[in-house]
Design a protein around this ligand. Structure first.
Ligand code: TXA
Ligand code: MG
Length: 319
């Protein structure tokens, strides 16, 4: 999973020291790279918004070393949180719970809740352990741009806006965590992701869902800006291999052969997890080629493709 040699213990200590000084450190998680700051330091968190160019109306996920640290940030730790953390942590599941006062309202965009998650990546865990701090971290990209799944993506996207980058190789999950609110009477799926709704329902029973396109003003499902996770190139979701007839472009093929010519056709994995693991990297690469369009073979309308379909819908400009 973490095939690259990865940062040394000294680099981790250095990064942890920077976090404690209020600086920004980008680090790998199993989902995407995060842009981290001390979650309890409001000025440090303000720098995240600045570096991303992100409106402060979007709350930021807080990364923790385990259940104990998570509990220190929330006022209630309901049985569902305990069950889910036991089953899926460390891993790509963010739990939204009522926040403690110590969590600055800038982290939560003024909401009374905070999203917490224990990442599975060993470098992320080592960083949090070394810093002895909860680490607020959105994806380490400029607002509305593609999420980074390699350290190189972070360098290209944020450059000098980040104080330090820990390189842990490519992310294995490849799309962001599932965000589940436990602050409502019935748990609400705010963002599909690395852990599927079926996996969650197998543990805590039925959950409800905030669907589709959200208001521009966000909340309570922020991050749900219609255009999010987008390449610069026009991305089109297509069916049955129907590509645009004009301009030069690339086709991300799943099940349908292209009916017209594409400059480049990429055969994507038929397994949704393998597809997710490659998606952002492929889009980053294609985006660098300045095509007129990227056409994506629409994935099946089945539950196992929910998270991938969600990201593609947000990246596309035809919906
Ligand atoms: O996989 C991930 O979750 C990555 C890695 C770095 O951990 N992080 C990430 O963060 O994707 P970000 O900031 O790009 O997306 C966080 C999303 C927000 O857009 C929002 O939808 C939701 O999580 N969120 C966070 N805190 C919330 C809260 N208190 N209430 C509702 N939604 C919240
Ligand atoms: Mg993001």
């Amino acid at each position: 999973m973490n095939a690259a040699p990865g940062p040394s213990a000294q680099e981790i200590r250095h990064a942890a020291a920077l976090l404690r000084e209020g600086k920004l450190v980008a680090f790998p998680t199993e989902t995407v790279y995060g842009l981290g700051a001390n979650a309890l330091d409001e000025a440090a968190v303000a720098r995240i918004f600045e570096a991303k160019g992100r409106p402060t109306s979007s709350p930021i996920i807080v990364h923790v070393s385990g259940v104990e640290m998570a509990r220190s940030l929330v006022t209630e730790w309901p049985p569902a949180a305990e069950l889910l953390a036991r089953q899926f942590w460390p891993g790509p599941l963010t739990l939204v719970l009522k926040k403690q006062q110590a969590v600055p309202s800038l982290v939560t965009a003024g909401l009374e809740t905070v999203g917490v998650r224990m990442p599975a990546h060993p470098v992320a865990q080592a960083l949090i352990e070394a810093a002895q701090l909860p680490v607020a971290a959105p994806s380490a990209n400029r607002f509305t741009q593609l999420s980074p799944t390699t350290a190189q993506h972070v360098r290209e996207g944020l450059g000098k806006r980040v104080d330090y980058i820990l390189d842990g190789g490519p992310c294995s999950v490849g799309i962001e965590s599932t965000v589940l609110s436990l602050a409502e009477p019935i748990p609400v799926l705010l963002r599909p992701g690395g852990i599927s709704r079926q996996q969650i329902e197998a543990v805590i029973g039925a959950i409800s869902q905030v669907s589709g396109a959200p208001a521009a003003s966000a909340h309570p499902a922020p991050g749900m800006h219609p255009r999010h996770y987008s390449p610069r190139t026009r991305l089109l979701l297509v069916r049955n291999g129907e590509l645009p007839r004009t301009g030069a472009g690339a086709y991300l093929q799943l099940q349908h052969s292209p009916l017209h010519e594409a400059r480049e056709t990429i055969a994507m994995p038929l397994d949704p997890h393998a597809y997710a693991a490659q998606l952002y990297r492929v889009l980053h690469e294609l985006d660098a080629r300045s095509y007129d369009w990227i056409a994506v073979d629409t994935p099946p309308d089945t539950p196992d493709w929910e998270a991938v379909r969600d990201r593609l819908r947000r990246a596309a400009c035809n919906e």
